[in-house]
Every structure is written in C-alpha cells, then in structure tokens.
Design a binder for this molecule. Structure first.
Ligand code: FAD
Length: 341
C-alpha cells in the first residue's frame, strides 16, 4: 500500500501548470477563454505554477499574444490546416498530444458547445475526471482542485475533487467568472508544436458552414441590461411591456423557464441553470418567484431589481431593490419615467 501511495505521489508530482483551452472560431476568440485565464491565474498563483494557454487552429498565433494580455505566461500553439474548423477528432488528438508531452495539472475549458464536446472526449481518453459547469474553482493544500457546482437540480452546491488522477479538468460557463484586466503589451513564451494528424484519417468533414440569420440572435449573456419576465406575465403578448422597457435601457428581454416552457419566449432567452448565465449591470425580474434554478443564472448581476406582488417571493432575497406590487402597473410606470428623463 505504501508503495502504491508513493507511486501515486510521484505521478501527481509529475503534473504541473494550469492550462486554459483558448476557444476560437475562424480566429475569433470566445470571451469565456479570457474569463478562464482570469480564474486560472488565481489558481496558478496559489499553486506556484505557470498559467498556459492552449491555442489550436489555423492562423491563430495572434491568440497567443492576446492570451498573454490576459495573464498567460506561456502558450502552446498548434497551427495547422487540419485545425481550420473545430472537429472533435483532430482537436482531441492535439490536446492529448500536448497533455502527454507536458503533463498539465489542471485544464479549464468553456462550458460551450465546443468546450463540452472536447473536454468530455479528452477526459475519457486520458482517463481522468471532469466536472462540468463549475461555478467556483479553488485549490486545497494538497494541490487538489476544488470544483464547486450546483447539484440535485440546484438545491445543493457540491464540491468535487479528483485527487487520484491528473490532469484535473473542469468546464465553466461563459459569464460565471469575471473578466480579468487586459494588460497591453504583456509578453510570454510561444511553444510551437506540430501534431502528426492525417486529414485522410479524420472521419468528420466540414462541407459547408451555414450561419445564423442576422437579427435572429440575441446576445443575452453579453447584455448590460436585462428585463426578464416569468409566469407572472400571464400571456406572451404581455412581454411587449418588458420589450419597451428594455428598449429604453438599450437592453434585451429574458425569461424564466416557466415562461419558456409555456411557449411565451424562445429557449435562447432563458436565464438560469438550464438556460444562460448572465451578469448584466442591471437585471430586472418581473413576475419571477426566484427559484434557485433561476437565481444561479442571474445572482451575480451588479444590480437586481425585483418586481413581484408577493412580498415573500424568494427573488427579494437576492434583490438590490424590491418593488412589491402589480408588474402591469409598475413596469409601464418605470418606462414612462425613463422616457421623461
Ligand atoms: P413562478 O414560480 O410561478 O412565479 C411567478 C411569480 O410571479 C410569483 O412569484 C408571483 O407572485 C408573481 N406574479 C404573478 N402575477 C404578478 C403580477 N401581476 N405582478 C407581479 N408579480 C406577479 N427555472 C428558470 O427560470 N431557469 C432555469 O434555467 C431553470 N432550470 C431548471 C432546471 C431544473 C433541473 C429544474 C427542476 C427546474 C428548473 N427551473 C428553471 C424551474 C424553476 O424551478 C422554477 O419552476 C421557475 O424558475 C419558476 O418560474 P417563474 O418564477 O416564472 O414562475
């Protein structure tokens, strides 16, 4: 048993460095990557190790420099034609190649479509654990990553550790972590690598890229002002009063799951555990009770204004300002007042 423990300790000690996968599409970075460099930097400082960016793509060297501006001191760069568009197989090979060669202690990826796909595949291949959708990350004195995430439908917060395997892997949703400060002109080391992957061996081919129709897309997660409606809106046409207020503020309309399930709003507008995580300057919750699954998606907003006719509604516990009353009177009155300013 002692020998086993000693072997485990040697294995754990062989892994060093906090890595962040820099997600990009056609060279355009996903903002969550910078948010992860922010939290990754804190972890690296606690562990006394380096913060590294993993940049995979085609013509993506600029993302290494951008990573340095957000705190990375090293970037592993795999710049090859085969990585032009995201596909699981070549990106998986690339990540596993780097992990095998450099042995990182921690790997962070965005809980986006791409990150969720890749992280699961990598964790399976390198036989380690993966905690999805973390809302908090910290390390203990044994260098274990303490990964906090909601569990049991958001009713408890679980802290998950992967103490006998390396690397330790986690995904984090966009907007959960704060954006780090951008330091202009920061430099670091670019480690250029080549991965032997043959296009002919890859089963998935990208035939065509069909973009979302412009105008259909709402950037809820990136909005500075959000006016959200819940079951208290009573009918889909009533959302027009929220739209008017949102337009005055230069913001967008969000919704609770009840409103989405009722078919009053599309799913892309849903805020919460199974919707988007938002962090606007002002979040106005109208006719939303404040179930935990909704709160986890919006409670980090700078200012929360809750309008609800039930003075005991849980939403008031996270509200900066609470207005007890009928939203059908209050919302138009606020809109009117803003117009008069
Ligand atoms: P209700 O809880 O019915 O609240 C309606 C509120 O409107 C009440 O507080 C009422 O007092 C108020 N009201 C009514 N009329 C008026 C009026 N005229 N003026 C002012 N106030 C009024 N929910 C989410 O939102 N997002 C999620 O991502 C999500 N994910 C979930 C995941 C799981 C696994 C589970 C189990 C649940 C999830 N839910 C989620 C559902 C969540 O538990 C709640 O059921 C939901 O958030 C309730 O929506 P609501 O607040 O709009 O409705």
């Amino acid at each position: 048993v002692d020998e086993e423990e000693a072997a485990l300790a040697r294995m754990l000690a062989a892994y060093r460095g906090v890595w962040v996968f820099i997600e990009q599409t056609e060279g355009e970075p996903a903002k969550v990557s910078w948010e992860l460099l922010g939290v990754g930097g804190e972890l690296a400082r606690s562990l006394g190790t380096e913060l590294c960016a993993v940049v995979i793509g085609r013509d993506v060297e600029h993302l290494c420099r951008e990573s340095f501006a957000y705190g990375a001191t090293k970037a592993y760069l795999l710049d090859q034609e085969v990585f032009l568009h995201y596909r699981t197989e070549p990106y998986l090979e690339a990540c596993c190649y780097l992990i095998g060669k450099y042995k990182p202690e921690i790997i962070l990826m965005g809980a986006t479509g791409m990150g969720r796909d890749l992280a699961g595949a990598v964790a399976t291949r390198v036989k380690t654990g993966l905690t999805a959708d973390c809302t908090g990350l910290d390390v203990d004195d044994k260098r274990n990553l303490k990964q906090t995430r909601p569990a049991f439908g958001g009713n408890i917060m679980a802290t998950i550790m992967c103490d006998r395997f390396r690397p330790q892997m986690a995904t984090v949703r966009p907007h959960v972590m704060k954006m780090p400060e951008r330091i202009e002109g920061a430099t670091g080391e670019i480690v250029r690598e080549q991965c032997a992957i043959n296009e002919a061996d890859i089963l998935t081919k990208v035939l065509e890229i069909i973009r979302d129709k412009k105008g259909d897309h709402v950037d809820l997660a990136g909005a500075e002002f959000i006016v959200s409606g819940g079951r208290g809106m009573m009918a889909p046409e009533n959302f027009s009063i929220l739209k008017e207020l949102a337009d005055e503020l230069g913001g967008v309309v969000g919704a609770s799951r009840s409103a989405v399930d009722a078919g009053w709003m599309p799913h892309e507008r849903q805020v919460g555990q199974t919707g988007k995580t938002v962090r606007p300057k002002i979040y106005i919750a109208c006719g939303i009770s404040g179930a935990i699954q909704h709160l986890v998606g919006m409670q980090d907003s700078d200012v929360v204004i809750a309008i609800n006719r039930d003075k005991d509604a849980p939403i008031f516990q996270v509200a900066t300002y609470g207005i007890v009353g009928d939203l059908f009177q209050i919302v138009p009155a606020i809109t009117q007042r803003i117009r008069e300013l």
